[in-house]
Design a protein around this ligand. Structure first.
Ligand code: CU
Length: 164
């Protein structure tokens, strides 16, 4: 009897503490969800930098860049087009293998990094092979934001900017 009462009391106290903690965690979670879904409140504000293409050594090429989102709404990179290829896709790399993905998330107030060894833009069946010093124009398309045209400077085949 006394054991049961004690257990109930302890249990109830624990439940109360846990409930208020959950409430805090939940409201924080809702806030984050509200931001990242965009839900009509926040708009993405995208800018692109660190763009480059290593000079291709075959009839395929990769492109790298950073999409920065200074807005309070998330967005997605959904496709890329370019005049140098009719077959441009977005790839992720995992365990030394790459595979096409349908989209990349661009979190609210966050960054999407396409960098060597990781995510990249993939250009297949190049119509011409751009040379170091040239520029390749690509158009990035997003779920919400207007398309952004970016000039990728062509770098040496092994180019890899230092991270900071
Ligand atoms: Cu690839």
């Amino acid at each position: 009897m006394s054991r049961r009462t004690g257990g109930r009391r302890g249990g109830r106290r624990g439940a109360v503490a846990r409930t208020s903690f959950t409430a805090v965690a939940l409201s924080a979670g809702l806030l984050l969800t509200g931001c990242s879904s965009g839900g009509g409140s926040g708009e993405p504000e995208l800018t692109v930098d660190n763009a480059f293409m290593p000079q291709p050594v075959s009839d395929m090429a990769a492109g790298f860049l950073t999409v920065r989102n200074d807005g309070s709404g998330a967005d997605k990179l959904t496709s890329v087009t370019s005049a140098i290829s009719d077959d441009v896709t977005i790839h992720e790399s995992k365990n030394q293998k790459m595979r096409e993905v349908a989209e990349f998330d661009i979190p609210a107030d966050g960054v999407l990094d396409l960098e060597r060894g990781g995510n990249h833009v993939m250009f297949m069946k190049l119509k011409q092979r751009p040379k170091q010093g040239e520029k390749v124009s690509v158009e990035l398309r997003f779920e919400k934001s207007d398309p952004i045209t970016v000039e990728l400077p062509v770098k040496e085949p092994t180019y890899n900017p230092a991270k900071h």
